[in-house]
Design a protein around this ligand. Structure first.
Ligand code: NAD
Ligand code: ZN
Ligand code: ZN
Length: 366
């Protein structure tokens, strides 16, 4: 079928909305009519080349839609089902899945990073030339074909714009707090970067009972937004924030510090904000091949823990419905994350707005 999709032909060029060919789903695959796709910074890393990928590619990995058709052997889904897309499908039986780290599942890494379906071939093409799928989801498009493992079926009462955000920013942020760090009630939390991911860290820290939640961002608009989302303090980024964070945490530094931007210099500064015995959680994705200088001499003497958090250490089949329950009970106010919606044609404007740092989350609706 012919569909409209946002194609990235080369890094450092804009997304180009074009007509491309989408082949029908093969065995184990699902055709989805997209309803909403979130404007996540991880797709932007493809544009800058910080994340290297086969090109041309259809990006978009934070999405939700309605099942249109299923390929042979797909038994758990049927046309009409509502699904949120999981961009890191897990097999349930590899070493990592069995050790409760499904976001590190190794079974599908190769085809996913090759930009294909599980059989090693893409369903997208243009004039007979292949177009690759980002994270097997490629949802900056009217329709997408995904492996069935990328689909998490959700209750039809959940708005699909919200379901889309559960597909990345919410699970990443909430999971970083509840699964990766396991923030304890009464603790102090700092979040560097109050974007789509960082604001979810703020909300989850409040849910976990943190008593001090300090957001740091480079824009005043994001600082205000962070306070609306539950931060007790918000600081404009700069060298002096470490002193202020220590003042706000009885001179010690924070129990948990999250970096949700992906800049080595900020990761290094975030380390300074952690108290002895505290934890630094790296959530932002820095450029592939870049390095961050963290002082071993201090890490050992002050017993600081440094950990990464990938997809919020989530088990998506367990955690998407759990997050939706928290939303439906009013414990996670996800509605206000959606600050602005765009058409697919407006995708470059949506990214310009994200980079300007004024929105909680932009969402493309179809
Ligand atoms: N670990 C994961 O599984 C995972 C999942 C999704 C996204 N990510 C990554 O998380 C990061 C954040 O994603 P997002 O979608 O929330 O991005 P975003 O653009 O919505 O938010 C980034 C925020 O950081 C702020 N910022 C930028 N530079 C800053 C600086 N020097 N100091 C202080 N604040 C600064 C911006 O103003 C913005 O508010 C990205 O690197 C993204 O790729 C990681
Ligand atoms: Zn696995
Ligand atoms: Zn994302």
């Amino acid at each position: 079928m012919k569909i409209k999709a946002a194609v990235l032909h080369e890094s450092n060029t804009p997304f180009s909305v074009e007509t491309v060919d989408l082949a029908p789903p093969r065995a184990g695959e699902v055709l989805i009519k997209m309803v909403a796709a979130g404007v996540c910074h991880s797709d932007w890393h493809l544009v800058t080349g910080d994340t290297q990928h086969a090109l041309p590619v259809v990006a978009g990995h934070e999405g939700a839609g309605v099942v249109e058709a299923v390929g042979e052997g797909v038994l758990q889904l049927k046309p009409g089902d509502h699904v949120a897309l999981n961009w890191a499908p897990n097999c349930g039986s590899c070493f990592y899945c069995l050790h409760d780290r499904p976001s590190l599942c190794e079974t599908y890494i190769e085809p996913i990073w090759a930009g294909t379906m599980m059989d090693g071939t893409p369903r997208l093409s243009q004039n007979g030339q292949p177009i690759y799928h980002f994270s097997a989801t490629a949802c900056f498009a009217e329709y997408t074909v995904v492996p069935q493992e990328c689909c998490v079926k959700l209750d039809k009462h959940v708005p699909l714009t919200i379901a889309a955000l559960v597909g990345c920013a919410v699970t990443t942020g909430v999971g970083a707090v509840l699964n990766t760090a396991r923030v304890k009630p009464g603790s102090s939390v700092v979040v560097f970067g109050a974007g789509g991911v960082g604001l979810n860290i703020v909300m989850a820290a409040e849910l976990a009972g943190a008593s001090r939640i300090i957001a740091v961002d480079r824009t005043a608009a994001k600082c205000d937004l962070a306070c609306d989302f539950g931060a007790t303090d918000a600081l404009l980024a700069g060298p002096e924030v470490i002193t202020t964070i220590r003042e706000l945490t009885r001179g010690r530094g924070a129990d948990y510090v999250f970096e949700a931007i992906g800049l080595p210099a900020v990761q290094e500064q975030a380390f300074e904000a952690v108290r002895p015995g505290g934890m630094l959680v790296l959530v932002g994705l820095s450029a592939m091949g870049s390095g961050t200088n963290l002082p071993g001499a201090v890490i050992a003497r002050q017993e600081k823990t440094i950990t990464g958090s990938y997809y919020g250490t989530a088990n998506t089949a367990r955690d998407f419905p759990l997050i939706v329950d928290l939303y439906q009970q009013g414990l996670l106010d996800l509605d206000r994350l959606v600050t602005k919606t765009y058409s697919l044609n407006e995708i470059n404007q949506a990214y310009a707005d994200m980079l300007a740092g004024e929105l909680a989350r932009g969402v493309i609706t179809f």
